[in-house]
Design a protein around this ligand. Structure first.
Ligand code: ZN
Length: 395
């Protein structure tokens, strides 16, 4: 068969490779082969067409999701979330090898009515040992001679309940945490009003934890997420949002900080956003790393007290941490922007904040940032230290 890059390997080829290298895995690989080949439920022409379509889909997945011709518009919202998870899985960034992990088709099951369950794994060989990068589960739908791919989210949550509050459709297994659902609705509304986002439908799935989030979306395994208990996955397509929440902390269902980023990215091109200003807004409206804004501010004030002669312009330029907790860092440039945004918003409203947010990506020397900063609130490099000392005093 003429196979385009990235080559998909069927389980049998993988089996031969593995037999030579890792005897311990033979049982597992053999059981996959038995399932696919000893009970031939799928005719060879269908299998060949599915294989070819899947190959082409795996190449197309690196492009813009909405232009992927193997995804139907009605499936795009959930499939976009799954494709985002699949992007770049061939690459080994450390070794700068773009085709280090190869895609293996490990399972095809005929689900009837022209639907097939397809499982794909990305595996690399390191020192004769197999390294699993990620494993995904997709639904392939046959239409005439073509195949379209979708995420199994709907099938995996058929038994779930749903409750609509405002423009949000909450999907849950047993009982919806109403307080958190209302808090989520309120915070989305807050962000949307600041950013002039028109209310749009949100499909919100409330999972117990992040492993469940991955499981219902169709991510069987992804090495990035080993050991992660709480996180969420989102997508935005067809003027609708998907939020699959795997919790945030033991007490909070969702992360206000990341939700701010998500809402901003819906209305402002990512390339135009100045990251320290975006993070400043996220600190101010959503705290950071599970800490609320007042808690983050209290940590910063302790840093201020311990560093009475701080050169804020220098610390801003160097993106110094004012507090760390394990791998969680809290940055001076982010919190100074939180204070600046708070001042501008109080005095002049959010329009000038938007101008600062969209001043362009951070560049050495921050000339683009200071040019707009002076225009919207009069703060310059020359008066930066005095202005910041004034802002700290007010908080
Ligand atoms: Zn952030």
């Amino acid at each position: 068969m003429n196979v385009s890059v990235p080559d998909i390997y069927i389980a049998a080829e993988f089996y031969c490779l593995m037999k030579k290298t890792l005897l311990l895995t033979v049982c597992l690989v053999w059981s996959i082969i038995s399932a696919v080949y000893s009970r031939p439920l799928i005719d060879s022409l269908t299998k060949k067409r599915l294989f070819t379509a899947l190959n082409a889909f795996l190449v197309a997945k690196e492009g813009p999701n909405k232009e992927n011709k193997f995804v139907l518009k009605q499936d795009l919202l959930s499939m976009s979330a799954l494709i985002d998870e699949m992007k770049g899985m061939d690459k080994n960034v450390k070794l700068k090898d773009n085709n280090y992990y190869r895609s293996y088709l490990t399972n095809i099951v005929d689900l009837n009515k022209n639907s097939f369950l397809v499982q794909v794994s990305y595996i690399g060989i390191n020192d004769k040992a197999a390294v699993l990068r990620a494993s995904f589960r997709l639904i392939a739908r046959k239409q005439d001679t073509s195949f379209y791919f979708s995420a199994p989210l709907e099938q995996n949550t058929l038994a779930w309940k749903a409750k609509k509050i405002g423009n949000i459709n909450f999907h849950f297994k047993d009982t919806l945490d109403l307080n958190e659902a209302k808090a989520y609705l309120k915070f989305v509304d807050f962000c949307d009003k600041k950013l002039d986002v028109k209310p749009e439908p949100i499909e919100y799935y409330e999972c117990d934890n992040f492993p469940e989030t991955l499981q219902i979306l169709g991510v069987d395994y992804k090495s990035d997420y080993n050991g992660i208990k709480y996180d969420d996955i989102t997508s935005h397509e067809n003027n609708a949002t998907l939020e699959i929440s795997g919790g945030y902390t033991a007490a909070q269902r969702f992360d206000r900080h990341d939700l701010w980023h998500d809402r901003l990215h819906m209305v402002m091109p990512v390339d135009s956003i100045n990251r320290p200003v975006d993070e400043g807004c996220a600190y101010l409206y959503g705290g950071s790393w599970g800490k609320t804004w007042p808690e983050v501010l209290a940590l910063f004030k302790k840093y201020v007290a311990d560093h009475p002669d701080a050169d804020w312009l220098k610390l801003y330029g160097e993106s110094t941490n004012f507090y760390t907790e394990g791998q969680k860092t809290f940055k001076v440039d982010y919190i100074l922007n939180a204070l600046i945004v708070q001042k501008i918003d109080r005095e002049k409203g959010f329009a000038p904040v938007k101008a600062l947010l969209s001043c362009g990506k951070r560049e050495p020397g921050d000339e683009n940032y200071f040019k707009v900063l002076e225009k919207v609130c009069g703060i310059t490099k020359a008066n930066f230290n005095d202005s910041i000392r004034g802002l700290i005093k007010q908080n």
